[in-house]
Design a binder for this molecule. Structure first.
Ligand code: SOE
Length: 381
């Protein structure tokens, strides 16, 4: 089997999720390539060396340019803060490497366009890590909608609720809290959380035509984790928007880091003419399903435990025995298995950079609408 030498940049939360997926994918899926953990990269030498040892990378470097320039690296996996995505992805594509990039694609649409142009000009396989698509229950939702089981869709609603920034003592900037610094993150909950909801929505329900949004920044000054200086907060702490999809359905989306009691509650519900479905990240292996055509006496919401074998439920044949669930980490394994199979077949794997650029465009329209207080059309791709 052909080997695929992986260079992974970033050893934080996402670096661990991706390193785990690279290690596990071949144990559970018949991959067309054998991933080799060639080199890990991070700014702190001791930390990246420890990371490389723990996850089995052959080497460690502290400069991403060195990793991208190495002839023995085939694929660059970008798991660093958002402000570095564009520069690294464009350099990697120019060097002919395959590119996987953490979400959101970029700080803004202009960067996303340059990144998309770079991977497309280089003709390299590319993927953006919107991992929730590959939770089996979410993939099943997509299959049911694509089969037309819901009929005409009327409503799509999604929430992503957290509570970790309520205290004004939480700093901005730095390794753990860069998501609160606009220069590093691009935006707040819109790019970090709603981007997930939008990616899933575009996949399940098609393009979003126009949006009307409201954002709020509840804590307006925070200390910087590195300098200690008090500085204005320039990200959105909460965002809520409604929208029209191109298929005529109405959408309702909300994300916040101020929903006390919710750590990462991602939910969506789709209501169609014949059926409805609902999914909840805190019960991620279940899909709630309501079918109007059921016999009236027993009609009601079913709670489908998406863990069965026999090719019926996505991905599950690759795991344990029927009834035993998989979770968050495995969505990254599924992502790699799909990406490598598609690359071997010469097919794109969604969401590629172009698909993630559409999510970036919706995020930009949401932020523009919040600024202007008006409806904003999503810019055409
Ligand atoms: C933020 O807390 C965060 O970690 C996001 O950055 C991830 O994309 C999301 O999956 C969970 O929440």
């Amino acid at each position: 089997m052909k080997t695929l030498n992986v260079g992974l940049i970033g050893y934080g939360f996402m670096g661990r999720a991706h390193a785990n997926a690279w290690s596990q994918a071949g144990h559970f899926f018949d991959l067309p390539y054998e991933p080799v953990l060639k080199v890990a990269c991070g700014r702190q030498a001791a930390a990246v060396e420890a990371f490389a040892r723990r996850w089995g990378f052959e080497s460690a470097v502290t400069d991403w340019r060195e990793l991208v320039a190495r002839p023995d690296v085939d694929l660059v996996d970008i798991c660093v803060p958002n402000d570095l995505h564009a520069e690294i992805a464009i350099a990697a594509a120019a060097a002919g490497k395959w590119v996987i990039c953490e979400k959101p694609l970029a700080l803004d649409v202009a960067q996303g366009e340059a990144m998309t142009a770079a991977v497309e000009a280089a003709g390299v396989p590319n993927l953006v890590s919107f991992n929730y698509r590959r939770i089996p229950a979410v993939t099943l939702a997509r299959q049911l909608i694509a089969e037309g089981r819901l009929g005409r869709v009327y409503h799509y609603r999604a929430n992503f609720l957290q509570d970790w920034t309520i205290s004004p003592e939480v700093p901005q900037g730095g390794a753990a809290t860069w998501r609160l610094e606009a220069a590093k993150a691009g935006s707040g909950v819109t790019g970090d959380l709603l981007a997930h909801c939008i990616d899933t929505a575009l996949w399940l329900n098609g393009p979003i035509a126009s949006v009307n949004a409201l954002t709020e920044t509840f804590v307006t000054e925070r200390r910087h984790a590195e300098t200690g200086e008090l500085a204005p907060v320039e990200i959105d702490d909460a965002c809520t928007f409604f929208c029209r999809f191109a298929n005529g359905s109405l959408g309702n989306f909300e994300a916040t880091r101020y929903a006390r009691g919710h750590k990462a509650l991602y939910t969506f519900e789709v209501n169609g003419e014949h059926a409805s479905l609902r999914w909840d990240l805190s019960d991620l292996h279940r899909l709630a399903w309501f079918e109007h055509g059921d016999e009236g006496r027993v009609r009601g919401w079913r709670s489908v435990h998406v863990t069965d074998h026999g090719g019926q439920q996505p991905y599950m044949d690759h795991w344990w025995v029927p009834g035993l669930a998989v979770g968050y980490a495995e969505s990254f394994v599924h992502q790699l298995a799909d990406f490598l199979a598609a690359a071997a077949a010469g097919r794109p794997c969604g969401p590629d950079f172009r698909a993630a650029l559409e999510t970036q465009r919706v995020c930009a329209a949401v932020l523009a609408s919040a600024r202007s207080g008006r409806w904003v059309a999503v810019a055409p791709g």
